[in-house]
Design a protein around this ligand. Structure first.
Ligand SMILES: *Cc1c(COP(=O)(O)O)cnc(C)c1O
Length: 839
């Protein structure tokens, strides 16, 4: 829309609309309008809504009346309009496909500093996927909670202790609006908890064409206890957690219904929102007057569950009594499901009355697709989920993976943006090309080494400025001396190799691995020829004592006289601190204990900015690492804490012998050629692949589209047919123990094993069985699975005969016969997990 007509828009309402659209990434290229209104407030908060409401009418009037300002607003408004109306990748590619709408549920969203309803990684994944879905035009409505206090804010005391603070999130200055009904009244939904009916309020935030709907319980009509349910993210006990999850899952789905959204796909980003599958089925119960089981069978295929934890302890679990207290009435009166049947959905063993209710099991039992968030996490998750698929080989446990990615336009620096624009076209980098379109280094070949290096120097300089201001402010708050403040203004050196380390201070992330040998670290930092500087940030959960001790360990190290000027702890790690760090650092360090980093995303944020990764071969880095793009720690195996010392030694070795020398090896023009080659390779090979564009495309093509096809077919199916299918599945489960192997024989002739198997199926219909031979994988390939044919003839169910011929290139005893379900329109083993082995 370059030929847009003379601006006829009202600048004030245009400003407000711009302020409210979370898909706009305000950076140094376009944030002039907010600077013009209130530079200081903008710098401090980057919250356009606050800048607007805090400016006096006179000030606003004076600014808005300037012709240049009005032209800028008109340009921004028409660019926004153009983005919101242009044909999108989704429309072009899948507009005629089966998918109409996705509902995306998550406990937290990291979309903007002005909407602090996130803690860290999970919110980052959700926010960046939402942003990418908008860029690609995938129709998504996200659902979350509006946290009155969000996650805690961190201050570090003079003694180096972490203080957790909970300032109130002021809804008036956040880019959200109450959700209105067509008649102008606000949306309020009643929901029952034991003994009370409470009110849920609803809000909406715009992410371009898509919306994020947020729920809270802070309604004046609610008792104080209830109003606080949506107070603190990841605070409180398991009782407050189950209440939050009921609001999110059940309340969230009801809200969609209330506003007329009927999604085909429900994507549960982590198990917190899994109750939504119940409410989705309940809609079906009411509409079609069918039992819950039939309704679940009709809707299940449309649910997608993404697991994010690498350990079973990471799943949300609730005591059965708590579930009974909160959901008995709901189960009995609304789902028409006896409580034990509901509890069974969240248990490994339905009949074990002591077993807690596991939200991940609920999500898995009620979804048509389950995935982990990196290739390695896929392996780890299949191991954890074997519990639900007993006796299935790990490789066949139905958990796939979609590796996370980050939204490049959100994390790109001002310095790096022109390079990508030159490589990919003015706005093209906003939707990253499909990885297949990126050919090696070719895409950055238009940028010289000198330009690349200038970009890095500029970005590092900006970070150093930011770090100085940030540290000065934090220590001023706690009453630092004039000398300390003065020292903060001279922290760091914009020419020095800069390492960044920022993450949640959880034990498995080993945030103090770099401190394993403080003397050695100090020698690395203070090398007179080739110095190194280090920026640290991260919060420890207020209930995590060990995590807080590690924060303190860093705070004490920072105060050592020998560390002065070279190390700082940047308090209150959040989106703002993260953005500055990932844009400016030369090397991003990550040292989790493998395989505990399910994916990790912070290291992906440095890619487009020309930062390099020096990380444990875990999560996404295990997938991305190659010797020419960065450095890997660990041996690619899993070890306990006894291995920490070895990892630390390797980390120091790499710094001393590779990272530092390569950074400081300059040629006649002052350029570190080897370093720049590495940056170039990392940027061009990895950026697009680890972007949330690729992630969203993958979800769409591998999960959403097939889910939409299946759920449409199921929902349209005659309930009688669905009940029949269900009866078959249940009958199979009930009679499975009837099945017995009677014998196996092998005859080997002419290079072929002829395997014959005799089976008694008891009450089970042989048509719903598949008999197979299974052999373990060879050379890392997939397991070998050979279906057997049923011998026609005998109708005697007490003795069925099957046979198969397999090439005799491995011994016959490598093969084991097994029986698995074979039911039409049923995913095996996800929806029918039975299996019987001949031995
Ligand atoms: C990206 C980001 C995370 C996720 O980081 P990982 O350490 O990779 O899990 C957490 N917190 C913030 C503030 C982030 O920006």
């Amino acid at each position: 829309m370059t030929d847009s007509p003379e601006p006829t828009i009202d600048p004030r309402s245009a400003l407000r609309e711009l302020a409210m659209d979370l898909s706009i990434r305000w950076d140094a290229g376009n944030d002039g309008i907010w600077r013009a209104i209130d530079e200081e407030l903008w710098e401090m908060t980057r919250n356009p809504c606050l800048v607007l409401s805090a400016s006096s009418p006179e000030r606003l009037e004076a600014t808005v009346s300037g012709a240049a300002f009005r032209r800028t607003i008109a340009t921004l408004a028409s660019a926004r309009h153009a983005r919101d109306t242009a044909a999108t990748w989704f429309q072009t590619r899948h507009g005629d496909g089966p998918l109409r709408h996705v509902a995306y549920f998550c406990m937290e969203y990291m979309l903007s500093e002005s909407l602090p309803i996130y803690s860290g990684g999970l919110g980052n994944v959700a926010g960046d996927q939402l942003a990418a879905a908008n860029d690609l035009g995938v129709p998504v409505t996200a659902v979350g909670l509006l946290w009155q206090h969000g996650y805690f804010r961190q201050e570090i005391t003079a003694a180096g202790e972490q203080q957790a603070l909970y300032p109130v999130n002021d809804t008036h200055h956040m880019p959200i609006c109450p959700l209105y009904r067509p008649d102008g009244s606000i949306v309020r939904l009643p929901i029952h908890l034991p003994g009370v009916t409470l009110w849920i309020r609803a809000w909406e935030a715009k992410v371009g064409r898509n919306r994020l709907l947020l729920l809270d319980t802070n309604d004046p009509a609610n008792p104080p206890q209830i109003r606080l349910i949506t107070s603190e993210l990841y605070g409180g006990d398991s009782e407050s957690r189950i209440r939050q999850e009921i609001i999110l899952g059940i309340g969230g789905w009801r809200l969609l219904r209330e506003v007329g959204i009927v999604p085909d796909v429900l994507h549960l980003n982590e198990g917190h929102a899994a109750f939504a599958v119940l409410e989705r089925a309940r809609d079906h119960v009411r509409e079609h007057k069918v039992p819950f089981e039939v309704a679940l069978a009709a809707t299940r295929a449309g649910n997608v569950f993404t697991t994010h934890t690498p350990v079973e302890a990471g799943f949300d679990r609730f005591a059965p009594e708590l579930v009974a207290k909160y959901l008995r009435r709901y189960a009995e009166q609304e789902l028409h499901l006896p409580l034990p049947a509901l509890l069974a959905l969240g248990r490994r063993h339905a009949e074990d009355v002591d077993e807690p209710f596991n939200m991940a099991w609920l999500a898995t039992r009620c979804s048509g697709g389950v995935n982990a968030v990196s290739e390695l996490h896929g392996d780890t998750s299949r191991r954890i989920f074997t519990d639900l698929f007993p006796r299935w080989p790990e490789a066949e446990v139905p958990v796939g993976h979609v590796t996370n990615g980050i939204h490049v336009p959100t994390w790109i620096s001002r310095a790096a943006r022109p390079l990508w624009e030159k490589a990919l076209g003015a706005d093209a980098w906003r939707a990253m090309p499909e990885p297949a379109d990126v050919r090696g280094d070719a895409d950055l070949s238009g940028t010289s080494d000198a330009e690349l290096w200038a970009m890095r120097n500029q970005a590092r300089g900006t970070l150093v400025e930011f770090a100085r201001t940030h540290v000065a402010r934090s220590i001023a708050i706690r009453g630092a001396s004039i000398e300390q403040m003065e020292a903060a203004r001279h922290l760091f050196d914009p020419q020095v190799l800069t390492l960044g380390f920022a993450r949640r201070f959880a034990t498995y992330k080993r945030p103090n691995l770099l401190l394993a040998d403080p003397g050695r670290l100090l020698r690395i930092l203070n090398d007179p020829e080739r110095p190194v500087q280090l920026m640290i940030a991260g919060k420890a959960h207020p209930a995590d004592r060990k995590g807080q001790a590690m924060v303190q360990e860093w705070a004490e190290f920072v105060r050592l006289p020998e560390a002065r000027g070279r190390v700082a702890f940047l308090a209150d790690y959040d989106m703002r601190v993260a953005r500055h760090l990932v844009q400016g650092v030369d090397v991003w360090v990550n040292t989790p204990r493998r395989p505990w980093e399910a994916s990790g995303t912070s290291g992906m944020k440095v890619l487009a900015n020309g930062g390099l990764n020096l990380s444990q071969l875990d999560g996404w880095w295990a997938e991305a690492y190659a010797a020419d793009v960065g450095w890997g720690i660990g041996d690619g195996q899993e070890h306990g804490p006894e291995w920490d010392a070895a990892d630390a030694a390797q980390l120091y070795d790499l710094l001393e012998s590779e990272v530092v020398p390569e950074f400081y090896a300059r040629d006649g023009e002052g350029l570190p050629r080897a370093w720049l080659a590495r940056i170039r390779t990392s940027m061009s090979r990895l950026t697009a692949h680890f972007s949330s564009d690729r992630t969203v495309r993958e979800y769409l093509e591998r999960y959403y589209l097939p889910a939409a096809v299946r759920v449409r077919a199921d929902a349209a199916r005659d309930p009688v047919l669905l009940s029949e299918r269900l009866r078959k599945t249940e009958g199979l489960a009930a009679n499975w123990h009837d099945i017995r192997f009677l014998g196996t024989s092998v005859r080997t002739t002419g290079g072929v094993h002829r395997v014959a198997v005799a089976l008694c199926a008891g009450a089970v219909d042989p048509a719903s069985l598949r008999v197979e031979l299974y052999a373990n994988p060879r050379d890392g390939a997939a397991p070998e699975i050979v279906p057997l044919q049923r011998q026609p003839g005998s109708r005697d169910m007490r003795e069925l005969h099957y046979f198969a011929d397999v090439p005799a290139d491995r011994p016959a005893d490598h093969y084991t016969a097994r029986v698995v379900p074979a039911l039409a329109d049923t995913a095996v083993p996800l929806e029918a997990p039975q299996i019987l082995w001949a031995r």
